[in-house]
Design a protein around this ligand. Structure first.
Ligand SMILES: [Zn+2]
Length: 304
């Protein structure tokens, strides 16, 4: 397993009190060091995704629109939740670049699993719209570009963040080679594209208050048969940990054991269909302690 991160992902600036803050990544990386995980898996520096790969996935002109919105100093709002500072576009490029390095690593056979410890998150970024703390849809960019590589005919994006992956659905709904499975608290933010009905889009809404047993049953009922039908060559994870019961942004009641469970189940399926190849990227998770512990259990299960 290999882990990628970048200093710009820490420096991506948001206003005081914003939940998607630099401390998320600082705390996480410190925790991984404290428990000895980075001794086994040293941190690697991500490199930025190139324009062409972004343009293959997002709407033409979107990258220029983001660049125009980036301030040279201070911070600038793109919407009520989504902000840019001087390092933000580079942070988003590194987040997407980390996913792409992961694709390269697992397809070369050098690694089976890659985790991207990055921010900003990406799964709310739509074809031409930054929203929900997200600028570039890192995982969808990776998945769409991966389909151009030899030996990659079908991929899966599995999104267990507590919020629906509306951006990923937007970028991938017309691409039948990409299976998108998203579980999410419903009704809840963002409240768009969760009702898209396509054979390659599996939406799994969960009511507020859903705990681990019901979460596991819903995933087993909706996701595993879809994965079996799709038989992906490569798995992407939009790994959000804001479904944790301690998370301040949402009301699901998951804990570390549930993240360990879903990761282990996905590892089994990746081993069965995709030579074990999984690229996982951090999405949400806003309680610093719960997120750090949950990522650690995710990595322990991924590393098996
Ligand atoms: Zn989220």
């Amino acid at each position: 397993m290999r882990i990628y991160t970048h200093q710009d992902c820490i420096e991506h600036a948001v206003p005081p009190g914003h939940p998607e803050r630099p401390e998320r990544l600082i705390h996480l990386l410190r925790h991984l060091e404290d428990i000895g995980l980075t001794a086994d898996y040293p941190l690697n520096t991500a490199t930025e995704i190139n324009d062409e790969m972004v343009n293959n996935a997002h709407q033409t002109g979107y990258l220029a629109q983001l660049a125009a919105g980036q301030p040279s100093q201070g911070i600038q709002a793109l919407d009520a939740d989504t902000w840019m500072g001087p390092n933000s576009l580079n942070a988003a490029r590194c987040a997407a670049g980390a996913v792409w390095q992961g694709v390269t690593d697992v397809l070369s056979g050098n690694e089976q699993r890659v985790f991207c410890a990055v921010r900003p998150p990406g799964h709310h970024a739509e074809l031409g719209t930054a929203m929900g703390f997200c600028l570039l849809n890192s995982v969808a960019i990776g998945a769409i570009n991966a389909l151009q590589l030899p030996g990659v005919d079908r991929v899966a994006i599995l999104d267990f963040d507590v919020h629906h992956g509306n951006g990923t659905v937007d970028l991938c709904r017309g691409i039948p080679e990409i299976l998108v499975c998203s579980s999410f608290q419903h009704p809840y933010y963002p409240g768009r594209l969760h009702d898209v009905l396509r054979p390659n889009i599996v939406n799994t809404p969960l009511p507020a208050g859903t705990a681990g047993d019901d979460f596991r049953r819903a995933i087993a009922r909706n996701w595993w048969p879809a994965i079996e039908r799709h038989a992906p060559d490569l798995f992407f994870l939009s790994a959000g940990f804001d479904g944790h019961r301690d998370d301040p942004l949402a009301q699901l009641l998951l804990d570390e054991s549930d993240f360990s469970w879903i990761t282990g189940e996905i590892v089994d399926r990746a081993n069965a269909y995709a030579q074990g190849r999984i690229v996982s990227a951090l999405e949400g998770g806003y309680d610093l302690e719960a997120t750090s512990r949950s990522v650690a259990t995710h990595l322990e299960a991924l590393g098996k």
